[in-house]
Design a binder for this molecule. Structure first.
Ligand SMILES: Cc1cc2nc3c(=O)[nH]c(=O)nc-3n(C[C@H](O)[C@H](O)[C@H](O)COP(=O)(O)OP(=O)(O)OC[C@H]3O[C@@H](n4cnc5c(N)ncnc54)[C@H](O)[C@@H]3O)c2cc1C
Length: 552
């Protein structure tokens, strides 16, 4: 019997496990479908290139055929181990834009607004470059560092951005987001600092925390509409964990897994559940809806030098010395997160904030790293940060071991494709600026022949992929149609909350790991202080005043 059963040990779940088990009087269970995070490829940053192919550490989902992407079904990696997606992600540390959180405040109240978010980001952060300031923290568990290795060609990209009239930004999480620069990463001493490393590893020995890995949650147990436990499958056997009478089930399975488990357990749109023979517990039509993601297009160029990280016989000496540097000093190119530099720009000058993000990789990247591309080259990722298209997670089957239906419905809003076309043009302008032009041999994809807007649109439909930021499928809001209220309690049910990326009312303009960790920190406080919606508003008032004073 547990006071808290946390399902999913990802970016959010690890934070919850840490905070809730800090009270020795509470018994906490953390269930995770994947194994422990012992694989060295998780911890060596460049190991990311090989994690896409892992069937053990990666759910490796496929989306439904996408109507606006020539009927293609896209690969959707999600982490399946302690740390969840933070154990396989690219480690880029970005919080998003202040306006994202103003929009959250509109949707869910002040406790989810910018001032509160900033306070939490700073509390969680241990920044190794910046001192404690109005933008940064140094006392938290989440290590945020500059990269130990930056390829010269990634530096050339930043230089070229400035030559293309984009300002340099030394801190994307500082005063403003616009500009080109180098990403800070969730790393410590040249190693990945996943949510598990940051929040779980240090508390593994707590006697009131049980962690059950390789445990695939298959159903939430309800008595009427009150959650009382979770069923899971481990080594083909069915097991159950139960809560104490006032205990809670906390769903942190991520934007795909959480709505899926809810639907399998009878919570979702009644008609869809009936179609799959799932008995209804509670008709909550928005479960799985409002799916948002960042769609991404790449420009891949051959380099006329051997500067990039290459797959070639001539790279072997660098590879060997890089391995020694990593093993003995935690330095060298194996500490690279691959997405070393990048930036945030507006698709047109009349926009009030950036709506495009660049990730520059000093290497070829083909099919999410699942295919090897020989030779020396570089890849520019361009993604639409504020997409208007909305999709959904649904059921394919009532079998919990079958993957859900994932339909992001990309480019269903025509604005989105226009933004991406603008992004390609800006990206090409940077790659043609002098500092990059000197490395340029030819554009491999889409190729210089692809020029007009129609050709670029056709190329986007043929090649665009996810940049891995699905959110919104258990939308938080003050309105009665939302899935969870601002305390993250599921509407119409008792003793159950959602705490992960699925609660975001709107996708943030940036990478989603830090915002998800922040959500979990806020949730832990709401749970531990037993706050209700009115109390949230009242305590946020203090937070806001405090933050404003500090900022002034
Ligand atoms: C390849 C990749 C690269 C990315 N790069 C970046 C980046 O550079 N920077 C950034 O900020 N963000 C990045 N992201 C996104 C970011 O990592 C995620 O948004 C974030 O980790 C989501 O956190 P979460 O807690 O919602 O879900 P997750 O971290 O995915 O955690 C969900 C957990 O639940 C478990 N689970 C799911 N279903 C079940 C079940 N039925 N039973 C038991 N357990 C279950 C999963 O195994 C997983 O451990 C990337 C993501 C990916 C996949």
């Amino acid at each position: 019997m547990y006071d808290y059963i946390i399902v999913g040990a990802g970016s959010a779940g690890c934070v919850l496990a840490n905070r809730l088990s800090a009270d020795p009087s509470k018994r906490v269970c953390l269930l995770e479908a994947g194994p422990r995070d012992t694989n060295p490829l998780i911890h060596m940053p460049l190991g990311i290139a090989l994690l896409s192919n892992s069937k053990k550490l990666n759910w490796a989902f496929q989306t439904a055929p996408q109507q606006n992407l020539n009927g293609r079904s896209l690969f959707w990696p999600r982490g399946k181990t302690l740390g969840g997606s933070s154990s396989i992600n690219a480690m880029v540390y970005i919080r998003g834009h202040e306006d994202d959180y103003h929009a959250w405040e509109q949707a869910a109240g002040r406790y989810w607004g910018w001032y509160r978010a900033l306070e939490l980001f700073k509390r969680l952060e241990c920044n190794q470059r910046f001192d404690k300031s109005e933008h940064h923290g140094v006392d938290g568990e989440l290590a945020v560092s500059d990269l130990k290795y930056i390829n010269p060609i990634s530096k050339a990209f930043v230089q070229a951005g400035m030559e293309a009239n984009i300002n340099f930004n030394g801190d994307f999480n500082g005063e403003y987001q616009d500009g080109v620069g180098f990403y800070q990463v969730t790393q410590k001493n040249g190693q990945r600092w996943s949510s598990a490393r940051a929040f779980l590893h240090g508390v593994l020995s707590r006697p009131n925390l049980d962690i059950i890995t390789d445990a695939h949650a298959s159903k939430i147990l309800f008595e009427d509409r009150k959650a009382v436990g979770v069923s899971y499958i481990k080594k083909d056997m069915h097991h159950q964990v139960k809560t104490t009478s006032g205990g809670e089930v906390l769903l942190s399975l991520g934007a795909v897994g959480t709505p899926h488990l809810l639907m399998l357990s009878g919570v979702g749109a009644a008609a869809e559940l009936k179609e799959h023979g799932v008995s209804l517990v509670h008709d909550l039509p928005e479960v799985g809806k409002n799916l948002q993601d960042h769609l991404d297009i790449t420009l891949m160029c051959a380099a006329n030098s051997r500067e990039p990280i290459g797959v070639a016989l001539s790279f072997i000496p660098r590879g060997v010395s890089g391995l020694f540097s990593y093993v003995f000093k935690r330095e060298g190119f194996l500490t690279s997160n691959v997405a070393e530099s990048g930036g945030f720009v507006k698709s047109s000058p009349d926009r009030d904030r950036p709506n495009l993000q660049f990730h520059f990789l000093p290497t070829y990247l083909k099919d999410h790293g699942r295919k090897i591309a020989g030779g020396y080259g570089y890849t520019l990722h361009i993604c639409d940060l504020l997409p208007k298209s909305r999709g959904r997670i649904g059921l394919n089957s009532a079998n919990p071991l079958q993957p859900p239906l994932i339909d992001p419905n990309y480019l269903s809003d025509h604005e989105d494709i226009k933004t991406m076309v603008a992004g390609i043009k800006i990206g090409r302008a940077i790659l043609q600026a002098p500092s990059m032009a000197k490395h340029f041999k030819h554009e491999v994809v889409p190729g210089q022949a692809v020029k007009t807007d129609d050709e670029l649109i056709e190329d986007i439909r043929r090649r665009a992929e996810t940049i891995y930021h699905p959110v919104g499928t258990c939308r938080m809001g003050k309105d009665p149609a939302s899935v969870v209220d601002p305390c993250l309690k599921i509407r119409g049910l008792a003793n159950i909350r959602v705490v992960d990326a699925s609660i975001m009312p709107h996708l943030v303009a940036g990478n989603t790991n830090a915002p998800t960790i922040m959500i979990a920190e806020n949730a832990a406080e709401i749970i531990m202080r037993n706050l209700d919606v009115e109390a949230l508003e009242a305590s946020a008032e203090f937070a806001r005043e405090g933050a404003e004073l500090e900022l002034a």
